[in-house]
Design a protein around this ligand. Structure first.
Ligand code: ADP
Ligand code: 5GP
Length: 192
């Protein structure tokens, strides 16, 4: 029987660079499966349905929660975000490792279900740099930026619960460090 896959979870405060660094990690490890999350947030310019997220209505999301179809979910800045339990289970049963980019609340839910998962926290170099990046992205209004910064402080306080902490000073360097964490974990498993 094929070996079960492993989950690799990347969390970070919004604006720390999780999407940018995560995309680079996936380029460098193309065999890593990626879980496309469901969200009720409207798409940002350039985001594609089924690629960046599955964009669904709140009614549909709530229906899926009630039907037990979500492996984890959280309400963030007034929108629902979550991971499909079916995709997650099927991928792991196929023996493929799965990369997830989710918030700290969702990560804590998965930690309970997958104690052997690898949990990585991506930190901004500083709160000031986080604020600069959120503004530079230019996708949120001022009130939303302020909400994200307020939440960032409580998210950063949970960084110690993760197996690894990586500072996103430079995209290439941070991505390479995450790839190394994944490679080392795979090598350990292969020799176990
Ligand atoms: P997240 O997915 O965590 O919300 P993004 O990946 O959208 O964050 O990054 C937020 C902004 O910061 C984007 O404009 C991105 O280009 C920029 N960014 C990401 N990583 C870095 C970095 N290491 N140095 C400078 N800017 C960065
Ligand atoms: P954004 O709106 O900037 O794309 O994402 C906002 C937050 O939602 C980020 O912290 C991101 O990691 C988180 N997020 C994205 N997908 C999921 C998911 O499936 N589950 C959970 N719990 N959080 C998610």
């Amino acid at each position: 029987m094929a070996r079960r896959g492993r989950i690799f979870v990347l969390s970070a405060p919004s604006g720390a660079g999780k999407s940018t660094v995560g995309a680079r990690v996936r380029q460098m490890l193309p065999d890593l499966a990626y879980s496309v999350s469901l969200t009720t947030r409207p798409p940002r310019p350039g985001e594609r349905d089924g690629v960046d997220y599955h964009f669904v209505s709140r009614q549909e999301f709530q229906h899926r929660i009630a039907a037990g179809e979500m492996a984890e979910w959280a309400e963030i800045y007034g929108n629902l975000y979550g991971t499909s339990a079916k995709v997650l289970q099927e991928t792991l049963e196929e023996g493929r490792d799965l990369f997830l980019d989710i918030d700290v609340e969702g990560a804590a839910q998965l930690r309970r279900r997958f104690p052997d998962g690898v949990f990585i926290f991506l930190e901004p170099p500083s709160l000031a740099e986080l604020e600069r990046r959120l503004r530079a992205r230019g996708t949120e209004d001022e009130a939303t930026i302020q909400r994200r910064l307020a939440r960032a402080a409580s998210e950063l306080a949970q960084a110690h619960l993760y197996d690894h902490r990586v500072v996103n000073d430079q995209v290439e360097r941070a991505a390479a460090e995450i790839v190394e964490i994944i490679r080392r974990d795979r090598a350990r498993r292969a020799s176990a």
